[in-house]
Design a protein. Structure first.
Length: 292
C-alpha cells in the first residue's frame, strides 16, 4: 500500500478545503501525526483514516482506492474537460459525458457533486428537465451546506448557477439576492474564491443591465475588472470588457473611443481563450465599434 500517494491526496484535499494541519488534526490526532501522514512517513490507523475522510468530506472507500489506483490526476483532468464543454455550451456532449461518469465514479463525494451539477444543467439546456426541476435538483446538492452554514467552494459555484438560471427566467430579484450572498461570503480561502467572485460580479452586472440599472451594472463590472487585474486573472476579461462596453453605450455622453476600446479588448481576450460563442456575438452585433 502506497502511504506517500495517500498522504499527497490528504494534503491536496486539506488545502482545497482551506484548512491547516492543526485544524484537520483537531479531535482526531496530533498535528505532528498529520504532518507525518501527509509526507508518507506513516500510514494512519483505519479509525484515523475514517475520521479524516469525514472531515475532508470524502468516503473512506475513496481513500482506500487511492492505495491501489491513481484517481487524483484523472479527476482533475476530467473536471477541466467538463468545464470546457460547459464554457463552450456543448450541452449534448456534456450531458452524455457527465451521465457516463456518474455511472462509473461514486467514490469521491465532491467529484460526484460536480458531476451532478453539470448533468442537471446540461439536462435543462437540452430540455430534458424544466426550469423548476433544475433549480430543485441543484438546491438539493447544497442542502447540507445550507443547514450548517458551512459552504465549500463548489457549493458557491452551484449557487451561482442557480442565480444565473433565475436571471435567464426573468426572476431577477432572486438572482441578485443570491449573487449578493455569494459576494459577501466569508471564511472562503481567497486563493480559491477570487475567480468565482469575478464571475459572480460579472453575472450580477449582466442581470442589473437587463433590468435597466446601468449605473450599478457598470460598477459591478468594474469591481470584477479590479479583482481581475489585482490577481492577474485573464480568464473572464473578454466577457467583462464586452459587458462594460454595453454599459457605456447606454450613457449618452460617453466618448465613443472608450466603447471601441472595450469591444476591441474584449475580442482580443475572447480569441485568446477561443470563446467562439462570444466571438460570433461581438463580431455580429458590435462590428461598427471594431472598425478603426
Amino acid at each position: 500500500m502506497d502511504s506517500k500517494r495517500l498522504g499527497k491526496e490528504i494534503k491536496y484535499l486539506r488545502k482545497e478545503k482551506g484548512i491547516n494541519q492543526k485544524e484537520l488534526a483537531e479531535g482526531i490526532c496530533t498535528q505532528s501525526a498529520i504532518s507525518q501522514i501527509e509526507s508518507g512517513e506513516i500510514f494512519p490507523r483505519i479509525d484515523t483514516l475514517y475520521y479524516l475522510a469525514a472531515k475532508l468530506r470524502v468516503s473512506i472507500d475513496f481513500f482506500l482506492s487511492i492505495l491501489f489506483h491513481e484517481k487524483h490526476n484523472y479527476i482533475n483532468n476530467t473536471k477541466a474537460y467538463i468545464q470546457m464543454l460547459s464554457n463552450k455550451k456543448q450541452y449534448d456532449e456534456l450531458y452524455f459525458f457527465s451521465k457516463n461518469e456518474l455511472k462509473n465514479n461514486k467514490l469521491h463525494s465532491e467529484y460526484h457533486q460536480f458531476l451532478l451539477w453539470h448533468y442537471f444543467m446540461s439536462s435543462y439546456y437540452l430540455k430534458k428537465i424544466n426550469y423548476s426541476q433544475c433549480i430543485n435538483e441543484l438546491k438539493k446538492l447544497i442542502t447540507l451546506a445550507s443547514i450548517h452554514e458551512k459552504y465549500e467552494l463548489i457549493d458557491l459555484k452551484i449557487m451561482n448557477a442557480i442565480a444565473n438560471l433565475h436571471a435567464e427566467n426573468e426572476d431577477y430579484t432572486s438572482s441578485i439576492e443570491i449573487h449578493n450572498k455569494i459576494i459577501s461570503m466569508e471564511d472562503i480561502p481567497e486563493e480559491e474564491f477570487y475567480k468565482l467572485k469575478i464571475k459572480v460580479l460579472y453575472n450580477k452586472s449582466k442581470t442589473l443591465f437587463k433590468i435597466g440599472d446601468t449605473k450599478l451594472s457598470l460598477k459591478s463590472c468594474e469591481d470584477a475588472y479590479k479583482i481581475s487585474t489585482e490577481k492577474e486573472s485573464l480568464f473572464l476579461l473578454g466577457q467583462i470588457f464586452f459587458q462594460k462596453g454595453q454599459c457605456l453605450e447606454k450613457f449618452t455622453n460617453t466618448d465613443i473611443s472608450l466603447i471601441k476600446e472595450c469591444y476591441k479588448n474584449s475580442l482580443i481576450f475572447l480569441e485568446i481563450f477561443k470563446m467562439d460563442y462570444y466571438i460570433n456575438i461581438i463580431k455580429k452585433e458590435k462590428q461598427q465599434y471594431l472598425c478603426s
